[in-house]
Write a protein that binds this ligand. Sequence first.
Ligand code: COA
Length: 149
Amino acid sequence: MRPLQWSDSTQILEWRNHESVRAHSRNTAKISASEHENWVRAKIELADVSSQVWIFSENQTPVGMTRLDRLDKSNPELSILVNPNLLSQGYGTVMLKKTLELETYGSHVSAILAVIHNSNLPSIALFTKFGFVKSNGSGEFSTFLLSKK
Ligand SMILES: CC(C)(COP(=O)(O)OP(=O)(O)OC[C@H]1O[C@@H](n2cnc3c(N)ncnc32)[C@H](O)[C@@H]1OP(=O)(O)O)[C@@H](O)C(=O)NCCC(=O)NCCS
């Protein structure tokens, strides 16, 4: 587990544009290389301030990433993506556990959010396992909360 680096860019774009990932994303369109590069640059420059992206590997094979967006300081949003070739092998569980353990979440945090597509059963199962509870839904997506207070 380590912070995002510029050299991860190509790998992440490949994952993000995979059909199975796009199907459950808020933006289902394919991301262009230039749009993606701007995203990676911003995430690296703003790391620790407004967001944090963690990359996970096993035996030098990249297995996925987690991301904490802190745009709303009281309710940071956590998301996760496992290498589409390595699904349902427990990697998501290990990655979410490590991310939740590592983050200290200051006293200003009231709850951690996850916004999940209603048809995304693996993701719902995963976040629920760590205590996230469905709070509300708008259309195709529902918000799950892990209360910190
Ligand atoms: C959601 C995601 C991270 C899960 O990662 P994973 O490594 O496949 O998950 P795990 O193998 O650790 O399994 C987690 C839970 O999901 C369940 N699960 C796994 N694959 C499943 C499937 N195909 N259908 C239903 N449930 C499934 C498991 O049963 C497990 O729960 P359990 O331990 O109570 O049995 C992964 O599917 C993914 O990256 N999807 C694309 C991106 C995405 O949708 N991210 C979530 C948006 S925040």
